[in-house]
Design a protein around this ligand. Sequence first.
Ligand code: BV8
Ligand code: ZN
Length: 241
Amino acid sequence: MHEAVDPAQINLLDHESVVFFTGAGMSAESGVPTFRGPGGVWKTYDYEEYACQEAFDADPARVWEFHNYRRGIVAQCEPNRGHRLIAELEGRLKVTVVTQNIDGLHQQAGSTHVVELHGGLWRVRCDGCGHRQEGRESPFEDPRCPACGGWLRPDIVWFGDLLDMSRIRAAEDAMAECDVMVAIGTSGVVFPAAALPMVAKQAGAAMVEVNVEPTEMSALYDVHLRGPAGEMLPRLMERSG
Ligand code: BV8
Ligand code: ZN
């Protein structure tokens, strides 16, 4: 049921289901660098050299050097207040987290319905034989497949990689049936993820954007909470009168 919502009065506790669509800005307050802001990862590392299949085929050790740099940073980071608020909301209403992040901080904060569109930092796989494993080794030494001896690769979606269709479908289903869709800390420039909020919009959900600045997708939203996620999210969860 998507009754018209007065944008100024969105209180998640008055609704039945919410989707949080999160990007790197969600983890900024945990100390995880974003991609495109000041100090962004792609400002230092060119993703065509460190985060795509061609780079991995050409020089897997170099790609693993970048990946272990990312593991080293995230290993020091804890979920922030925003992650915890979202996790605590489960049990009060139906919550689905659709994240572009690979840091695993939503799950670490206790969220259980998380769709990781771009994979997970702590998972690796072998494209030679399909072997998969998970672990928080940091750095991951000697990434060779225990089953076939081939190179293990991070189980994340690189540029040019197709996204797992089952994850996209799970995200679309959640977006199609939520009452409120809250985008947090995403610049909305990476596709097909950036197109997903359109599904919620077309289904009549109330649309909220939480970001420290306007984005390419801001026009899609009814409400814009301009500030850090950890400070803005409590405004959406005030106890109903
Ligand atoms: C695909 C991996 C089919 C994991 C990432 C040309 C050639 C090849 C492909 C393309 C092409 N042109 C277009 C494409 C498609 C491409 C794409 O969209 N490119 C973009 C750059 C134009 N997409 C793909 O390749 C996808 N696959 O389409 O396959 C195909 C195949 C071949 C050719 C065409 C199509 C795969 C996309 C996934 C790539 N993997 N990362 C990892 O390393 O983490 S992308 C990377 O960007 C991350 O996943 C990240 O999550 C994602 C999106 O970035 P954001 O999360 O939004 O982060 P960003 O830094 O940008 O923004 C942070 C925001 O937070 C800012 O707005 C800031 O204001 C805000 N903020 C900061 N602090 C706070 C805050 N907000 C609130 N509170 C705060 N405290
Ligand atoms: Zn293997």
